[in-house]
Design a binder for this molecule. Structure first.
Ligand code: SF4
Ligand code: SF4
Length: 473
C-alpha cells in the first residue's frame, strides 16, 4: 500500500470527514500501535490468531467505531502479546511497527566518551541487502560490517561468537539434566518471544527452560566484563547495540533479569530494518561498499553459530557439540538433516555413544503451543526441544525487511534466506561451537568451566510467571 501511495503520488488525504482518533500505544519496549493509520484490513488479527495462535489482538465494536484492540484495551505490553512481531510483517500501513531506537544510537555514536560496540545476529546478514534492492537471500556480511564501521561504531563483532558460548553452556546443561533425568525435555531459551509465551501461557513449564541467556545477552555480559577488563574500559562507558532480526529482543534487553550489578548486558536493540534506515540516513551507498571483516578477536565464530538463524539450527549446533563431548570422538557427518526444513514440528532420535537422545524442533507459536501442551500433560516423548517463535526461525523474524503479500506469495523467502545461512556454515573453516578458539581462550582465561560459577553469574538467568489476559476468554 505504501508502494502504491508513492507510485500515484498520494501525499495527503484530500477527502475531509469524521475520523476516529486513537491514542498511540508506545508503552511496550518492542511495539508501537498507532491505530490512526489502521485501515481495518485485519491481517494482524489473522496472523496473531491463526498463525501464531495467540489472539492478543482482535477487532472490537461495530461500524464506524470498529477498531483493533486488546483485552480491556490494554497496552500490548500488558496483555499476552509475545512481541514476536509477526503482525508488523503483515501490516500494510505501519499502524503496527517496531519501537525505534535509532536516535539513541546516533546520540551515543556522537558521544566521544562512549565506546559503542555493534553485534549482529546471523539472520541479519542474509536479509539486510533486500532493503537496498538486492536479491532475497543475498549474504551481505562484508558490506554490513563495512556499513556499521562507516556509521561510526568503535567495534563490530559477530553474535555468532556468542552463539558458540550458548551451545557450550546449553549442551553442558542438557548433559547434566539428561544424566540425572531432571526437568526433561529441556527447552531452549534463546528466543525471547518463546520465553515470554512460556511465562504467560505455560508457567508450569518454566522449569523445563534452559537457564542460558540468549546469545546476544551472553555477548553483552562478556563485553562488559572480560572485554572491558582486558581493554581497560569502564563497563559503564561501553554501549552495546545488538542488531537483530527480532523485536522481542528489544523487550528482552530491558528485562531486570538481564542486568549484572545494575548494568544492562545490552543497552539497545535495533532491527535489520532500523539498521537499513540508519545506513540510508547517513547517505551510504550500501551496494557499493567493499567487504570488511568483523573486528578481532570477538568476531571469530563457527558455522554452528551461523545456523542459529534458521529453525533447527540451535539443535543441530548443540548435537554437534554434545556428540563430541559425550563420545570424545570426532563427529564426521555434521549435517543433521532430520532437524532441518519447514515441517512445523520435527522429531528425531540421535544415537550418541550408547545413549539415544530424542529431540524435537518447533517453529511458529502455533506449533509451540502443541509441544507446550504435550509437556504440560507429561506426554512429551523427547529429551531436548528447540522452539523459535517465528515461523521459519529468526530469518523470518518480526524485525526483518517487510515484503508485500505479492512477493510473499510468489517467492519462498524462508527457503532463500535459510539456504544463505546454511551456505555460510558449509564454507566455515570451523563448524563446531566447542572448537571456537576465542571462546576456548575466554573460558581458560576468565570464565573457567562451562556451567561453572562464573559462567552462571554471566551467562545464565532465571524466568518467572507473567500475568496473562486472553481476549478469547
Ligand atoms: S507481536 Fe505477535 S503476539 Fe503480539 S500481537 Fe503481534 S502477532 Fe500477536
Ligand atoms: S494489519 Fe495494520 S492496517 Fe490492517 S488491521 Fe492490523 S493494524 Fe490495521
Amino acid at each position: 500500500m505504501q508502494e502504491l501511495a508513492i507510485k500515484f503520488n498520494v501525499k495527503n488525504v484530500e477527502f475531509q470527514g469524521e475520523t476516529a482518533k486513537h491514542e498511540i500505544d508506545d508503552k511496550s519496549p518492542s511495539i508501537v500501535r498507532d491505530f490512526n493509520k489502521c485501515i481495518l484490513c485485519r491481517r494482524c488479527v489473522a496472523t496473531c490468531k491463526n498463525v501464531q495462535n495467540i489472539g492478543a489482538i482482535d477487532c472490537i465494536n461495530r461500524g464506524f467505531d470498529s477498531c483493533i484492540s486488546t483485552t480491556y484495551d490494554n497496552s500490548l505490553n500488558d496483555v499476552n502479546c509475545t512481541f514476536c512481531g509477526q503482525c508488523i510483517e503483515a501490516c500494510p500501513t505501519g499502524a503496527l511497527r517496531e519501537r525505534e531506537y535509532i536516535d539513541d544510537v546516533w546520540a551515543k555514536l556522537k558521544d566521544p566518551d562512549t565506546y559503542v560496540i555493534a553485534q549482529t545476529a546471523p539472520a541479519v546478514r542474509v536479509a539486510l541487502g533486500e532493503e537496498f534492492g538486492m536479491e532475497i537471500g543475498t549474504n551481505v556480511t562484508g558490506k554490513m560490517v563495512s556499513g556499521l564501521k562507516r556509521l561510526g561504531f568503535d567495534k563490530v563483532f559477530d553474535t555468532n561468537t556468542a552463539a558458540d558460548f550458548t551451545i557450550m553452556e546449553e549442551a553442558t546443561e542438557f548433559l547434566e539434566r539428561f544424566k540425572n533425568k531432571e526437568h526433561l525435555p529441556m527447552m531452549t531459551s534463546c528466543c525471547p518471544a518463546w520465553v515470554r509465551f512460556t511465562e504467560t501461557e505455560y508457567p508450569e513449564n518454566i522449569p523445563h527452560l534452559s537457564s542460558c541467556k540468549s546469545p546476544h545477552q551472553m555477548f553483552g555480559a562478556i563485553l562488559k566484563s572480560y572485554y572491558a577488563k582486558k581493554n581497560d574500559i569502564a563497563p559503564e562507558k561501553i554501549f552495546v547495540v545488538s542488531v537483530m532480526p527480532c523485536i522481542a529482543k528489544k523487550y528482552e534487553s530491558k528485562r531486570e533479569e538481564m542486568k549484572i550489578d545494575g548494568i544492562c548486558d545490552v543497552d539497545c536493540v535495533i532491527t535489520t530494518r532500523e539498521l537499513a534506515r540508519m545506513i540510508k540516513q547517513a547517505n551510504i551507498e550500501f551496494t557499493k561498499l567493499d567487504d570488511e571483516s568483523f573486528d578481532h578477536p570477538m568476531g571469530e565464530a563457527t558455522g554452528a553459530g551461523a545456523i542459529f538463524g534458521a529453525t533447527g539450527g540451535v539443535m543441530e549446533a548443540a548435537l554437534r557439540t554434545a556428540y563430541e563431548l559425550i563420545t570424545k570422538e570426532e563427529l564426521k557427518e555434521l549435517n543433521f538433516e532430520e532437524v532441518r526444513g519447514e515441517k512445523g514440528v520435527k522429531k528425531a532420535t540421535i544415537k550418541i555413544g550408547d545413549a539415544e537422545v530424542k529431540v524435537a524442533v518447533a517453529h511458529g507459536l502455533g506449533n509451540a503451543r502443541k509441544v507446550s501442551e504435550q509437556i504440560k500433560n507429561g506426554e512429551a516423548d523427547y529429551d531436548f526441544l528447540e522452539v523459535m517463535a517465528c515461523p521459519g526461525g529468526c530469518i523470518m523474524g518480526g524485525g526483518q525487511p517487510i515484503k508485500s503479500s505479492k512477493i510473499r506469495s510468489e517467492v519462498d523467502i524462508r527457503r532463500k534466506r535459510s539456504e544463505a545461512i546454511y551456505a555460510i556454515d558449509e564454507k566455515s573453516v570451523i563448524r563446531k561451537s566447542h572448537k571456537n578458539p576465542i571462546m576456548q581462550e575466554i573460558y581458560k582465561q576468565y570464565i573457567g568451566e562451562p556451567g561453572g560459577h562464573k559462567a552462571h553469574e554471566l551467562l545464565h538467568t532465571h524466568y518467572s510467571e507473567k500475568e496473562k489476559y486472553c481476549i478469547d476468554e
